[in-house]
Write a protein that binds this ligand. Structure first.
Ligand code: RP5
Length: 171
């Protein structure tokens, strides 16, 4: 049981490391590949055709510009595909967002935010956790830790910005 993190170019790696990191935090085996829908289409299709048989359960695909990688993987593989639009170039990721999210009916890609690789990793963990009780427990702990951080920040800012008490005149 593993997750593949695929990207269209090595230049996408700094963003896609967010997905790899979160998968490692949950001890999910991860395979990282550079596969381009445009520059190495045959390699991309071959990879997608064999991924499920090789034990991969979720595909995460990040690409920028005319980002067709996630869509091509979803066209060829029955596995769930999570698309990560990568910011870059003149349109700063809006092009990649639209290319990734606007899939034709019948070929779904679950698209996260521009550069949202960490959420893509977390979504993959949630999918695997449906059939993996220890992973589900780890996710639950992760959510609790996140909530504790927000509550600590809430307390800190409440006290930092608390309205000073007006001194009461002596009676
Ligand atoms: C896309 O084109 C890649 O996913 C990358 O985001 C973008 C630019 O690629 P490079 O020119 O940096 O290789 O295919």
């Amino acid at each position: 049981m593993s997750v593949a993190v695929v990207m269209g170019s090595k230049s996408d790696a700094p963003v896609m490391e967010g997905a790899v990191e979160v998968l490692r935090e949950f001890s999910v085996p991860v395979e990282v590949r550079v596969l381009s829908a445009h520059r190495t289409p045959d390699d991309t299709v071959n990879f997608a055709r064999n991924a499920a048989a090789r034990g991969i359960r979720v595909l995460i695909a990040g690409a920028g510009g005319a980002a067709h990688l996630a869509g091509v993987l979803a066209a060829v593989s029955p596995l769930p595909v999570i698309g990560v639009p990568i910011a870059g170039g003149e349109l700063r990721g809006l092009d990649a967002l639209l290319a990734t999210v606007q899939m034709p009916r019948g070929v779904p890609v679950a698209t996260v935010a521009i550069n949202g690789a960490r959420n893509a990793g977390l979504l993959a963990v949630r999918m695997l956790a449906l059939e993996d009780e220890p992973l589900a427990e780890a996710l639950s702990l992760h959510s609790e830790a996140q909530a504790a951080q927000v509550r600590a920040a809430d307390e800190e800012l409440q006290s930092r910005y608390a309205t000073p008490q007006t001194p009461q005149p002596d009676t």
